[in-house]
Design a protein around this ligand. Structure first.
Ligand code: CLF
Ligand code: SF4
Length: 425
């Protein structure tokens, strides 16, 4: 948003905050290849239920559905910050993005920020929230010196919102349907206005759900533009297993980009979002969170990665981008080899080669055995889901099974980490 527009909207952003924004990897496309951010997973609870969210996963308003991040106390968050800051150059931003809602866990969020401010006065703080509690905490957010806040607003029409949210928990009550959506939206818009008027750069995230809010998103964009929002980030629905929308199709990036092109006529669009984990660390495109698990902090085992000479991991993936197949549905596996941090694709293995002919390989059990046979030289198999019995059979063959709904790259690191923790390698 340019200066004239800001004046018209009564927006007040100081040059100091504009300078900080240039070093914020999410708010500035130019910054994302250069500056790193670190998320502190100090906020496990949530006060609403989005229909696309399963609370076993990180908050989907900010993240791709993936295994829930480990939770830190504010004290551990401070220690982890100091540890990571020593190892990562150009760490400019500390964000709180779940795994639940930053404001539904306000005491832990606030304490973590205060503790980090005590050891680093220059770091930029960033919050992500569903906005239900924004009017209540806007003053405290501003008093803490937080200049970057993301609010997820999927709708501004409660009829549409009621299709996206199952309930909200508000003032000790559980409220459902239209009433819930009305309160949530009113608070989101009120909260955004309170922030943009007082030196906070607000980004609005939207999850595009085809058939529900896709045609409505341009109205959301126009509404938040009027409130002085800096940038909007339209994200695809990636259905989380176990959520109400688990069977809805994933929104394609073509649909997302078409909508971004329309909305760009109104407001700047974020196009480099990685829908990162609630404990993501590093450059947006190079998540290093697995290197910095809290359990490893005391004895910083950087050398451990080097001890792992070679891991072979079989991945159930449709196109090599996401871990998006159930173990039993995979007709082939991509086999990756690497040292725990960097992996290369070495081959694609078809499962049917391991069936003992159509006659003998027809039952579910035969097929499962064929799959296991096809990956018996691997240390681990990485799938979106796997049944108990297949897991057990793999375990008996010394193959670790790891579930993830993340990118292949992040999933491989997570699998390597799981292998280390299980002392398999
Ligand atoms: Fe984190 Fe979010 Fe702050 Fe960035 S992430 S709290 S604004 S520091 Fe960035 Fe990650 Fe996309 Fe979020 S790439 S998911 S937009
Ligand atoms: Fe899940 Fe985030 Fe929605 Fe809460 S706000 S229900 S954590 S997606």
């Amino acid at each position: 948003m340019d200066i004239e527009c800001r004046q018209a909207c009564n927006i007040s952003i100081t040059s100091d905050v504009e300078e900080k924004t240039k070093k914020h990897p999410c708010y500035s496309a130019d910054a994302h290849l250069k500056y790193a951010r670190m998320h502190l997973p100090v906020a496990p609870a949530c006060n609403i239920q989005c229909n696309y969210c399963n609370r076993k996963f990180d908050c989907v308003n900010e993240s791709r559905p993936g295994v829930t991040s480990e939770i830190l106390s504010p004290e551990d968050a401070q220690k982890k910050f100091v540890w990571v800051k020593e190892k990562i150059d150009k760490l400019t931003v500390v964000g709180i993005a779940g795994p639940g809602d930053a404001l539904a866990n306000w005491e832990a969020t606030k304490a973590s920020i205060q503790l980090i401010k005590a050891v680093d006065k220059d770091v930029i703080f960033c919050l992500s929230t569903n906005g239900l509690k924004l009017p209540e905490y806007a003053d405290e957010i501003i008093a803490l010196g937080i200049n970057h806040v993301t609010v997820t607003c999927n709708a501004v029409d409660p009829e549409i919102g009621a299709k996206l949210y199952r309930y909200i928990k508000y003032n000790g009550q559980t409220i459902m349907g239209f009433d819930a959506a009305s309160i949530l939206m009113e608070n989101q818009l009120k909260g955004i206005a309170a922030l943009t008027k007082r030196n906070v750069m607000v980004k609005v995230n939207m999850v595009m759900v085809k058939g529900i809010n896709d045609r409505h998103i341009p109205d959301v964009v126009k509404t938040v533009k009027e409130l002085g929002v800096f940038i909007t980030n339209i994200m695809p629905l990636i259905p989380a297993p176990g959520s109400s929308f688990e069977h809805m199709p994933q929104t394609s990036m073509k649909d997302i980009n078409d909508l971004r092109n329309i909305c760009e006529l109104d407001i700047k669009q974020m196009r480099h979002c990685k829908q990162c984990r609630a404990d993501a660390i590093g450059l947006l495109g190079d998540d290093r969170s697995q290197e910095f698990r809290i359990g490893k902090m005391k004895h910083d085992n950087a050398g451990l990665t080097q001890q792992i000479k070679s891991l072979k991991i079989a991945v159930a993936t449709k196109h090599g981008m996401l871990v998006d197949l159930h173990f039993g549905h995979a007709s082939e596996f991509k086999i990756y080899q690497g040292d725990g941090r960097k992996f290369s694709l070495i081959e694609t293995r078809r499962v049917d080669k391991y069936c003992l002919g159509m006659q003998q390989c027809q039952s579910e059990e035969d097929r499962r055995d064929a799959i296991i046979e096809s990956i018996r030289d691997c240390n681990a198999v990485l799938t979106m889901r796997i049944g108990y019995s297949a897991k057990e059979r793999l375990r008996k063959k010394g193959i670790c099974s790891v579930e993830s709904c993340d990118s292949v790259e992040n999933g491989l690191r997570f699998a390597a980490e799981t292998l280390k923790i299980s002392q398999v390698v």
